[in-house]
Design a protein around this ligand. Structure first.
Ligand SMILES: O=C(CO)COP(=O)(O)O
Length: 250
């Protein structure tokens, strides 16, 4: 059985003071969670979240990581820097990084390799946009993004990767993939992992759905056999909403 994982992606939101208030409010609300609970936050909030989350189930995540150990990469953060701040998880290849900041499948792969080597838990994002879905390329695209992103990892390393399937047309739009659509595409991703790394490995990989997931639609999505969790944007910015998503099974 794969343990479900619900992660918030705060994106570019919250000051340290606001971060502290949110995590402090969230803490008692998620104390009985049956899933892994993560908040991926802007780096300026690492210290505040770490401190506020002490003694709780809430784990700290980052929203990106660079592939180099150190060097002349203005504005970037290395995996070792994240680790030193108490970061355990890192999102890599989010569609907003791909869309606005020139992220490619190749750079996603470089970041994944560096993060895994440093011992960070990776949440690697894949997903098609509206035009790609309408043209019938969804399956080919997510297979390609997945296999390039994981290239160079061992089976054992792949088994520990978390993949987030986030259809770009569902992010921040209020549109969600139907439960069946999300389940089907996640099944395609798992099958691609199985073909390259074996069924045993693919059955261990946790694959989340992301894209307008909220307290109303979480139960239906989580009831699907292939869906192992969620990567939550907007609904992770308010403690009552995020805690309801985390407690979807109650
Ligand atoms: O991009 C997302 C999480 O990474 C999803 O964002 P929303 O939940 O706001 O649609």
């Amino acid at each position: 059985m794969r343990k479900p994982i619900i992660a918030g992606n705060w994106k570019m939101n919250k000051t340290p003071e606001e971060a502290k208030a949110l995590v402090t409010e969230l803490k008692p609300l998620v104390k009985d969670a049956n899933c892994d609970v993560v908040v991926c936050v802007p780096a300026v909030n690492f210290a505040a979240v770490k401190e506020a989350a002490k003694g709780s189930k809430i784990k700290l995540g980052a929203e990106n990581v660079h592939w180099a150990k150190s060097g002349a990469f203005t504005g970037e953060l290395s995996a070792d820097m994240l680790k030193a701040c108490g970061v355990e998880y890192v999102i890599i290849g989010h569609s907003e990084r791909r869309q606005y900041f020139g992220e490619t499948d190749k750079t996603v792969n470089q970041r994944v390799l560096a993060a895994v080597e440093a011992g960070l838990k990776v949440i690697m994002c894949v997903g098609e946009n509206k035009e790609e879905r309408e043209a019938g390329y969804t399956d080919a695209l997510v297979e390609y993004q997945t296999l390039i992103g994981l290239n160079g990892l061992t089976k054992e390393q792949v088994a520990k990767i978390i993949i987030a399937y986030e259809p770009v047309w569902a992010i921040g739009t209020g549109l969600t993939a139907t439960d069946e659509q999300a389940n089907e595409t996640i099944g395609v991703i798992r099958a691609a992992v199985a073909r390259k790394y074996g069924k045993g490995t693919a059955n261990k990989v946790r694959i989340q759905y992301g894209g307008s997931m909220n307290p109303k639609n979480v139960k239906g999505l989580m009831a699907q056999p292939e869906i192992d969790g969620g990567l939550i944007g907007g609904a992770s910015l308010k403690a009552p909403d995020f805690s309801q998503v985390v407690n979807y099974d109650k």
